[in-house]
Design a binder for this molecule. Structure first.
Ligand SMILES: [Zn+2]
Length: 120
């Protein structure tokens, strides 16, 4: 597993934004706004429904089931993120963005990444 060295846009510091990146960011913002509206308008879940969903999702993953990535976000900040080992890259599907803890941009799409090894 550790031999897989997926990387994109390395070195991260020198990554140049593309038009496609701007479009991805706009889409991520639009989706996030839509989701927030849905959540705001949705009725509160009952405890019963909440438990049923937890059962469906299964037990939380253990730390050993994660890998760490260093990612460059749309806003230009670098972040370290954890993803499931089953994910080939850190920006697949619904995990293609993060909330930037430095500038607060939320969502901020992942533009480039490199795997981090060692140290758990
Ligand atoms: Zn930022």
């Amino acid at each position: 597993m550790e031999s897989r060295r997926v990387a994109q846009g390395v070195p991260l510091e020198e990554y140049q934004l593309t038009r496609a990146d701007h479009r991805r960011q706009e889409e991520a913002v639009a989706i996030m706004e839509w989701v927030r509206r849905q959540v705001a308008n949705a009725p509160r879940w009952s405890d019963e429904k909440f438990r049923a969903m937890q059962e469906l999702l299964g037990p939380p993953s253990r730390p050993s089931e994660f890998v760490r990535w260093r990612v460059r976000l749309y806003c230009g900040h670098m972040h370290e993120v954890r993803r499931s080992r089953s994910q080939e890259r850190p920006d697949g599907g619904i995990t293609d963005h993060e909330r930037c803890t430095e500038c607060g941009l939320d969502p901020s799409v992942i533009l480039a990444f490199e795997p981090l090894f060692g140290g758990g």
